[in-house]
Write a protein that binds this ligand. Structure first.
Ligand code: C2O
Ligand code: CU
Ligand code: CU
Length: 504
């Protein structure tokens, strides 16, 4: 992979930027993709099976089997894919705050993988990052107690150097968490009926419908897919039966930033972000999601109408126009057609007040700065499985200032915690970024001040990750490691066994 990657990088530098002007102009023009009105929408949207676990021994027990298979996606041949408990994606796991979760994860693949619980607050040895490797034929049994607000998280592999490929082949799934707050709100909640998860992913298919796995040669972020699939369905339509439809959207792409909107530019309400409900619904026409970010939205429907969810060109976010174009940010892509039935069941008004969010205003115990640069570095270093970059003290709030120093784009994700965006270049964040977040898009050359509290789980030796969630950058090393320290503890050493996850 390294060799191909290096070639890709130099192609970008020396190839695209040094193309003869006419060739470059042609490439620039022809790279923009527009599928508006061209997607057939003739496949019913697949909804991942809901799995509430087996209640045994006072815990919710889940089984996840990573396996290879074939999935019919585009017309013609089936596509070789990977999935959990099936051939593509995995079940939607559902649990409540306070539940004890127990997992049995088995790896039926021919290579080492891991299963990371993205956005979950959990002990480091249950995180499923690169140190919790599961060998072929092996299994892994993490368990923890859910203690975080109602939201939608997701799970996906995290084997260092191979995350992009494993996720791209289809290994990903959702986790819905409920709590007393979400139960007390009159929100659409019938799974697959008026509360519908959307795992939106871009993919490239070759002439035999196999997934093309090589990085897009013009991009600086790895694979930019020309086709969009939702929950594994190509050209999906959803038949709505209610006046209000809640869509929980995950940008599950490896690299593509998506700017969700409806084709008639109607307004909708964003009610939640990565880590929970917002304090109040945010009325908007756009939801910008970089890879791994989620938006919980509610849209009103009229009987008998048809409306299309699409991804519009990304508005000005300070990314250089060449990088924007070659990373798909000028594209317009149809995502999902919603067909409202002639008679729609009534849905309650969305409540004006949602969750309480106490702001993390404690005096930070530590301030840290993170500078993302190139394809592979944070503060000048690339990921090293054996290097712990720092230790955070348990029961303290830290303030991290994160800056993308490039002309192109990155995002930033932190394991174990949900953070608050305290400010962006000194200004209060816009409403979609004002709730709990675990991943934030980084416009170039702006300071994102993030605040987070570390609590409960400590381990001086076993690290959590922070990284760019553009998987090509993450695999290439744009990732660091931290530990959470108990009272009186000091940063330790990554255990030997743990480091064996690195089978590049
Ligand atoms: Cu979604 Cu470190 O990952
Ligand atoms: Cu994560
Ligand atoms: Cu990046």
């Amino acid at each position: 992979m390294k060799r191909r990657t290096v070639m890709t990088l130099s192609a970008v530098g020396a190839g695209v930027l040094a193309l003869p002007i006419a060739g470059g102009a042609y490439l620039y023009t022809s790279t923009r993709r527009d599928t508006a009105g061209d997607v057939p929408f003739d496949n019913p949207l697949a909804v991942p099976p809901l799995d509430e676990g087996d209640l045994r021994g006072g815990a919710r027990n889940f089984s996840l089997d990573a396996e290879a298979g074939e999935t019919p996606i585009k017309p013609g041949k089936a596509t070789p894919t990977w999935g959990f408990n099936g051939s593509y994606l995995g079940p939607t796991l559902r649990a409540r705050r306070g539940d004890d979760l127990r997992f049995t994860v088995r790896n039926h693949l021919e290579e080492t993988t891991t299963v990371h619980f993205h956005g979950a607050h959990l002990p480091a040895d249950c995180d499923g990052g690169p140190h919790q490797a599961i060998e072929p034929g092996g299994s892994w049994e993490p368990e923890w107690t859910v203690d975080q607000p109602a939201t939608m998280l997701w799970y996906h592999p995290h084997p260092h150097g191979n995350t992009a490929r494993h996720v791209y082949r289809g290994l990903a799934g959702l986790i819905l968490i409920d709590d007393d707050v979400s139960d007390g709100l009159d929100l659409p909640r019938e799974y697959g009926v008026d509360d519908v998860p959307l795992v939106v992913q871009d993919r490239n298919f070759d002439g035999d419908n196999a997934l093309e796995e090589s990085e897009t040669w013009t991009s600086t972020t790895g694979i930019i897919g020309e086709d969009v699939i939702v929950n594994g369905t190509y050209g999906p339509y959803f038949e709505a039966t209610t006046r209000r439809l809640r869509l929980r959207i995950l940008n599950g792409s490896n690299a593509r930033v998506m700017n969700f909107a409806f084709d008639d530019d109607r307004e909708f309400l964003q009610i939640g972000s990565d880590g929970g409900l917002l304090t109040e619904p945010h009325r908007t026409r756009r939801a910008l999601l970089s890879p791994a970010e989620r938006a919980d939205i509610v849209v009103d429907l009229e009987p008998g109408e048809t409306v299309v969810l699409r991804s519009l060109p990304v508005e000005d976010v300070g990314v250089g126009s060449i990088f924007k174009r070659f990373n798909g940010m000028d594209d317009r892509l149809d995502v999902l057609q919603i067909r409202a039935a002639d008679e729609l069941a009534d849905s309650p008004e969305v409540p004006a007040k949602l969750a309480e969010i106490a702001s993390l205003s404690d005096e930070p115990a530590a301030e840290r700065s993170f500078r993302l640069a190139g394809f592979s570095t944070i503060n000048g270093d690339s990921m090293d499985m054996n290097r712990i970059d720092f230790g955070a003290q348990v029961d303290t709030v830290e303030e991290w200032t994160v800056r993308n120093t490039d002309e192109y784009h990155h995002n930033f994700h932190v394991h174990d915690v949900q953070f608050q965006v305290a400010s962006i270049d000194g200004e209060a964040p816009p409403p979609p970024l004002a709730g709990w977040k675990d991943t934030v898009f980084l416009e170039p050359n702006r300071d994102y001040r993030l605040r987070m509290r570390f609590d409960q789980y400590t381990d001086p030796d076993l690290p959590y990750m922070y990284h760019c969630h553009i998987l090509f950058h993450e695999d290439f090393g744009m990732m660091g490691q931290f530990v959470v320290l108990g009272e009186g503890e000091e940063v330790g050493t990554v255990p030997d066994m743990a480091a064996h996850g690195d089978h590049g």
